[in-house]
Design a binder for this molecule. Structure first.
Ligand code: ADP
Ligand code: MG
Length: 256
């Protein structure tokens, strides 16, 4: 049995609204083991982002328990929570959230501010992860010089710079065309094959098909949790999609 990176037990979340408390998550139970690749699906308003925010320790549950990397998050104070989050999780969002006046390398190095590393070392780490996503040669460029798909690669590099064991991504392909989306999913797939646990939210079946397990929310509850059916488990391998070039080929050509 693999060790659970995420263990959620009877988790609930209420929001205060002018109309009274609103229950966004009801009785959620979920284990995600080391090395899994999970797609969280479900219609708008079903509780996906609420759940992801709790997984990312960005919000607290109203009920139930959450263990991240074996630690009961409820037992940690603010600093301990931040430390566990920064050590364990890399975040990728739908908007790439790059700082426009900073070079790609400086954007990627941002999460290392509290690492204790000096400026030169931080930049060196940033360049390494930019290489990994195929953008090493643009380290000194500004975000406005590269495409949306390349910006999301930079955001992935930024998520990787602390060497997290878990990547949480909320609709990471939501702003990208389908060709670019599939290329980004190949990046996640490769990271997963290298051992990083990936949990991502999507409402697109062709994106979820890259994951090995699909969990579906409806009205704040998990209503489906099963391996990705094998007939759709291998996008990119049938020759009609976009296989990932292995050696230094993750880039998408020169900046515009
Ligand atoms: P999803 O990501 O699946 O679209 P969300 O987790 O964003 O769903 O939202 C789930 C439900 O909780 C929705 O009905 C939404 O309106 C409600 N909700 C989300 N955030 C808040 C909030 N801060 N205050 C009140 N209601 C919220
Ligand atoms: Mg959402």
């Amino acid at each position: 049995m693999t060790e659970a990176v995420i263990r959620v037990e009877s988790l609930g979340k209420d929001y205060d609204t002018p109309a009274g408390p609103f229950t966004a998550l009801k009785e959620v139970n979920l284990h995600v083991g080391t090395g899994e690749f999970v797609a969280i699906m479900g219609p708008s308003g079903s509780g996906k982002s609420t759940f992801m925010n709790i997984l990312g320790c960005l919000d607290r549950p109203s009920r139930g328990r959450y263990f991240l990397a074996g630690r009961d998050v409820a037992g940690l104070d603010k600093d301990e929570t931040a430390q566990l989050r920064n050590r364990t999780i890399g975040f990728v969002f739908q908007g790439f959230n790059l700082l426009p006046r900073m070079s790609l390398a400086d954007n990627v190095a941002l999460p290392l501010v509290y690492s204790g590393l000096g400026h030169a070392e931080r930049r060196e780490h940033a360049r390494e992860v930019l290489e990994k996503v195929g953008l090493g040669r643009y380290a000194d460029s500004l975000p406005s010089r590269i495409s949306g798909g390349q910006q999301q690669r930079v955001a992935i590099a930024r998520a990787l710079v602390n060497r997290p064991r878990l990547i949480l991504a909320d609709e990471p392909t939501g702003n990208l065309d389908s060709h670019t989306s599939h290329e980004i999913m190949q990046v996640f797939r490769t990271l997963n094959e290298e051992g990083i646990t990936v949990v991502l939210i999507t409402h697109e079946p062709d994106i979820a098909a890259f994951a090995r397990r699909q969990v579906r929310f409806l009205d704040g509850e998990i209503v489906h949790d099963a391996p990705t059916p094998t007939h759709q488990a291998t996008p990119g391998e049938a020759g009609d999609r976009h296989p990932l070039p292995r050696e230094g080929g993750w880039g998408e050509g020169p900046p515009c």
